[in-house]
Design a protein around this ligand. Structure first.
Ligand SMILES: [Zn+2]
Length: 175
């Protein structure tokens, strides 16, 4: 009989989470809504849960999911954005744990599109607190309030309004 221990679970969880984001990247919007409802749900419906926010931690996981758009569909390019900076409590362990999942080059490029040049072009070999704090700021404290994200491949425009991304596709664009 299969017995799951805590250590098994901690091994499995990152894999499950990873698959989750791969599904999110590949799915049509109904599945997106199911898996990631805050992407399209007005904030008030969630009550106390904060609304989906366009921050680089989210952007770094988003690829275009339009029909037939499977290559060069990441990262989405920011267009005509307005941003707000909001301080969030620094948690070094969280950032360190998230680091292996970051597409670093895409993050640096996105941060620069938003006017933040604090990250080095190459990920340093030594991950110290200073670097983690820069990552914390770039990933979590820059909020894109208005503008759009544009697919580098099919040029689909995903608008951002009041800090909420609209990842919906028209019927004929759903793959
Ligand atoms: Zn696309």
């Amino acid at each position: 009989m299969l017995q799951l221990t805590i250590s098994h679970l901690t091994e499995i969880l990152p894999i499950v989470k990873n698959s989750f984001f791969r599904v999110l990247q590949a799915c049509s919007h109904n599945l997106c809504l199911l898996l990631f409802p805050q992407l399209n749900t007005p904030p008030l419906r969630h009550g106390r849960i904060p609304p989906a926010m366009v921050r680089l931690i989210t952007h770094n996981l988003l690829a275009c999911h339009a029909k037939g758009c499977t290559t060069n569909n990441f990262p989405l390019q920011f267009q005509d954005v307005s941003i707000e900076l909001r301080e969030t409590e620094f948690n070094a362990d969280f950032i360190r744990g998230f680091l292996p999942r970051i597409e670093y080059a895409a993050l640096v490029s996105a941060a620069r599109q938003l006017g933040d040049t604090s990250l080095p072009a190459e990920q340093p070999e030594m991950v110290d607190d200073e670097f983690l704090q820069k990552l914390h700021h770039v990933l979590l404290e820059i909020h894109v309030e208005e503008g759009a994200m544009v697919c580098p491949n099919c040029k689909h425009v995903f608008p951002i309004s009041n800090g909420i991304p609209n990842m919906l596709l028209a019927e004929h664009e759903i793959g």
